[in-house]
Design a binder for this molecule. Structure first.
Ligand SMILES: O=C(O)CCC(=O)C(=O)O
Ligand SMILES: [Fe+2]
Length: 205
Protein backbone atom coordinates (compact mmCIF):
# COMPACT_ATOMS: atom_id res chain seq x y z
CA UNK A 1 0.00 0.00 0.00
CA UNK A 2 1.18 3.51 -0.73
CA UNK A 3 2.44 5.42 2.30
CA UNK A 4 -0.28 8.08 2.11
CA UNK A 5 -3.04 5.42 2.02
CA UNK A 6 -1.48 3.57 4.90
CA UNK A 7 -1.17 6.72 7.01
CA UNK A 8 -4.73 7.78 6.17
CA UNK A 9 -5.93 4.53 7.76
CA UNK A 10 -3.52 4.60 10.72
CA UNK A 11 -4.87 4.77 14.25
CA UNK A 12 -4.95 8.21 15.81
CA UNK A 13 -3.92 9.95 12.61
CA UNK A 14 -5.04 13.41 11.53
CA UNK A 15 -4.70 14.24 7.83
CA UNK A 16 -4.38 17.94 7.23
CA UNK A 17 -7.20 18.76 4.82
CA UNK A 18 -5.43 20.24 1.81
CA UNK A 19 -5.36 19.18 -1.82
CA UNK A 20 -1.89 20.73 -2.08
CA UNK A 21 0.12 18.15 -0.16
CA UNK A 22 -0.10 14.97 1.90
CA UNK A 23 0.56 16.02 5.50
CA UNK A 24 -0.24 13.85 8.50
CA UNK A 25 -0.13 14.44 12.25
CA UNK A 26 -0.08 11.76 14.94
CA UNK A 27 -0.12 12.96 18.53
CA UNK A 28 1.62 10.85 21.17
CA UNK A 29 3.53 8.72 18.67
CA UNK A 30 6.21 8.17 21.29
CA UNK A 31 6.03 8.63 25.04
CA UNK A 32 7.73 11.21 27.28
CA UNK A 33 10.37 8.72 28.47
CA UNK A 34 11.42 7.86 24.92
CA UNK A 35 11.57 11.59 24.16
CA UNK A 36 13.75 12.26 27.21
CA UNK A 37 16.17 9.50 26.19
CA UNK A 38 16.52 10.95 22.70
CA UNK A 39 17.01 14.47 24.05
CA UNK A 40 19.91 13.22 26.17
CA UNK A 41 21.53 11.68 23.09
CA UNK A 42 21.12 14.92 21.13
CA UNK A 43 22.62 16.98 23.95
CA UNK A 44 25.64 14.69 24.05
CA UNK A 45 26.40 14.98 20.33
CA UNK A 46 25.08 18.29 19.01
CA UNK A 47 27.02 20.53 16.62
CA UNK A 48 25.93 23.55 14.51
CA UNK A 49 23.45 22.62 11.78
CA UNK A 50 24.45 22.87 8.14
CA UNK A 51 22.39 23.43 5.03
CA UNK A 52 22.86 22.50 1.37
CA UNK A 53 22.12 26.03 0.16
CA UNK A 54 21.38 28.96 2.47
CA UNK A 55 21.04 31.44 -0.41
CA UNK A 56 23.69 33.64 1.24
CA UNK A 57 21.81 33.97 4.56
CA UNK A 58 24.03 32.76 7.41
CA UNK A 59 21.05 32.97 9.78
CA UNK A 60 18.88 30.70 7.64
CA UNK A 61 19.33 27.68 9.90
CA UNK A 62 20.68 28.49 13.33
CA UNK A 63 19.88 25.27 15.18
CA UNK A 64 22.19 22.45 16.22
CA UNK A 65 22.13 18.96 14.73
CA UNK A 66 23.39 15.46 15.32
CA UNK A 67 23.20 12.14 13.53
CA UNK A 68 21.75 9.53 15.84
CA UNK A 69 23.49 6.18 15.79
CA UNK A 70 21.03 3.40 14.96
CA UNK A 71 23.15 0.99 17.01
CA UNK A 72 21.94 2.76 20.12
CA UNK A 73 18.90 0.87 21.50
CA UNK A 74 16.75 4.01 21.84
CA UNK A 75 17.43 4.95 18.22
CA UNK A 76 16.90 1.39 16.97
CA UNK A 77 13.55 1.25 18.76
CA UNK A 78 12.51 4.56 17.21
CA UNK A 79 13.54 3.38 13.72
CA UNK A 80 11.45 0.22 14.12
CA UNK A 81 8.45 2.15 15.31
CA UNK A 82 8.60 4.59 12.39
CA UNK A 83 8.98 1.73 9.90
CA UNK A 84 6.01 -0.16 11.35
CA UNK A 85 3.83 2.95 11.36
CA UNK A 86 4.65 4.38 7.94
CA UNK A 87 5.54 1.22 6.03
CA UNK A 88 8.45 3.17 4.53
CA UNK A 89 11.34 0.88 3.64
CA UNK A 90 14.12 1.48 6.22
CA UNK A 91 16.75 0.95 3.50
CA UNK A 92 15.55 4.17 1.84
CA UNK A 93 15.97 6.21 5.01
CA UNK A 94 18.78 8.57 5.89
CA UNK A 95 20.09 8.20 9.47
CA UNK A 96 17.77 9.80 12.04
CA UNK A 97 18.90 13.32 12.90
CA UNK A 98 18.31 15.21 16.12
CA UNK A 99 17.85 18.97 16.10
CA UNK A 100 18.02 21.39 18.99
CA UNK A 101 16.85 25.01 18.86
CA UNK A 102 17.76 27.38 21.66
CA UNK A 103 16.08 30.73 22.19
CA UNK A 104 16.06 32.80 19.01
CA UNK A 105 17.02 29.87 16.80
CA UNK A 106 15.01 28.79 13.76
CA UNK A 107 15.09 27.09 10.38
CA UNK A 108 13.65 29.60 7.91
CA UNK A 109 11.13 28.64 5.23
CA UNK A 110 12.56 25.87 3.08
CA UNK A 111 11.73 22.65 1.36
CA UNK A 112 13.36 19.35 2.29
CA UNK A 113 13.83 18.24 -1.30
CA UNK A 114 16.91 19.30 -3.24
CA UNK A 115 16.35 21.79 -6.05
CA UNK A 116 16.35 19.62 -9.18
CA UNK A 117 18.33 22.21 -11.13
CA UNK A 118 20.37 23.47 -8.20
CA UNK A 119 24.14 23.33 -8.02
CA UNK A 120 24.00 20.75 -5.24
CA UNK A 121 21.57 18.30 -6.77
CA UNK A 122 24.13 15.86 -8.11
CA UNK A 123 26.25 16.08 -5.01
CA UNK A 124 23.36 15.17 -2.69
CA UNK A 125 21.21 13.02 -4.92
CA UNK A 126 23.47 11.09 -7.32
CA UNK A 127 23.44 7.88 -5.30
CA UNK A 128 20.14 7.78 -3.42
CA UNK A 129 17.98 10.10 -5.49
CA UNK A 130 15.61 12.81 -4.34
CA UNK A 131 14.09 13.03 -0.88
CA UNK A 132 10.58 11.61 -0.74
CA UNK A 133 8.95 11.57 2.72
CA UNK A 134 9.89 13.54 5.80
CA UNK A 135 9.06 12.10 9.22
CA UNK A 136 9.59 14.46 12.13
CA UNK A 137 8.83 14.09 15.84
CA UNK A 138 8.74 16.81 18.49
CA UNK A 139 10.51 15.64 21.62
CA UNK A 140 9.39 18.47 23.89
CA UNK A 141 7.48 21.73 24.13
CA UNK A 142 9.40 25.00 24.19
CA UNK A 143 7.86 27.60 26.51
CA UNK A 144 7.03 29.88 23.56
CA UNK A 145 7.53 29.78 19.80
CA UNK A 146 9.03 26.94 17.78
CA UNK A 147 5.95 25.99 15.75
CA UNK A 148 6.27 24.51 12.28
CA UNK A 149 4.50 26.63 9.69
CA UNK A 150 3.46 25.36 6.25
CA UNK A 151 3.04 28.72 4.59
CA UNK A 152 1.31 27.87 1.36
CA UNK A 153 -1.52 26.00 3.06
CA UNK A 154 -1.66 28.34 6.08
CA UNK A 155 -1.16 25.55 8.61
CA UNK A 156 0.85 26.03 11.79
CA UNK A 157 1.63 23.03 13.94
CA UNK A 158 2.56 23.46 17.59
CA UNK A 159 5.29 21.34 19.16
CA UNK A 160 3.92 18.71 21.55
CA UNK A 161 5.98 16.05 23.24
CA UNK A 162 5.91 12.86 21.14
CA UNK A 163 3.85 14.30 18.23
CA UNK A 164 4.78 13.02 14.77
CA UNK A 165 4.47 14.85 11.44
CA UNK A 166 4.88 13.11 8.11
CA UNK A 167 4.61 14.61 4.64
CA UNK A 168 5.42 13.70 1.09
CA UNK A 169 7.84 16.13 -0.53
CA UNK A 170 6.89 14.91 -4.00
CA UNK A 171 3.72 15.12 -6.07
CA UNK A 172 2.00 11.97 -7.35
CA UNK A 173 3.94 12.26 -10.63
CA UNK A 174 7.25 12.22 -8.71
CA UNK A 175 8.14 15.86 -9.28
CA UNK A 176 8.94 18.09 -6.30
CA UNK A 177 6.03 19.72 -4.46
CA UNK A 178 6.71 23.39 -3.69
CA UNK A 179 3.64 23.43 -1.42
CA UNK A 180 5.71 21.56 1.17
CA UNK A 181 7.49 24.84 2.00
CA UNK A 182 7.79 25.01 5.79
CA UNK A 183 9.42 27.13 8.48
CA UNK A 184 10.75 25.89 11.82
CA UNK A 185 9.82 29.12 13.58
CA UNK A 186 11.94 30.92 16.11
CA UNK A 187 11.93 29.58 19.63
CA UNK A 188 10.97 32.58 21.77
CA UNK A 189 11.49 30.99 25.16
CA UNK A 190 12.87 27.64 26.26
CA UNK A 191 14.43 24.99 24.03
CA UNK A 192 13.01 22.85 21.24
CA UNK A 193 14.14 19.34 20.37
CA UNK A 194 13.01 17.27 17.39
CA UNK A 195 14.12 14.25 15.44
CA UNK A 196 13.83 14.07 11.66
CA UNK A 197 14.13 11.21 9.23
CA UNK A 198 14.20 11.75 5.49
CA UNK A 199 13.57 9.07 2.89
CA UNK A 200 15.02 8.76 -0.60
CA UNK A 201 13.97 7.28 -3.92
CA UNK A 202 16.72 4.67 -3.76
CA UNK A 203 18.59 2.94 -0.92
CA UNK A 204 20.69 5.24 1.24
CA UNK A 205 24.42 4.81 1.01
O1 LIG B 1 11.92 22.53 13.40
C1 LIG B 1 10.95 22.41 12.66
O2 LIG B 1 9.81 22.64 13.06
C2 LIG B 1 11.14 22.02 11.24
C3 LIG B 1 12.44 21.29 11.00
C4 LIG B 1 12.69 21.06 9.55
O3 LIG B 1 11.99 21.54 8.73
C5 LIG B 1 13.81 20.23 9.09
O4 LIG B 1 14.61 19.78 9.93
O5 LIG B 1 13.91 19.99 7.87
FE1 LIG C 1 12.43 20.85 6.78
Amino acid sequence: MQTADRLTRAEGIQKVPSPKLDLFIRKGFIGPDECAGLIALIDAERRPSTIADDGGDALFRTSETCDLDSRHPAVAALEEKIAAFTGLDPRLGEPVQGQRYGEGQEFKAHTDYFEPNGADFLRYCAVSGQRTWTVMIYLNEPTAGGATRFKTIGKTIQPETGKLLAWNNLKPDGSVNANTLHHGMKVRSGTKYIVTKWYRERPWG
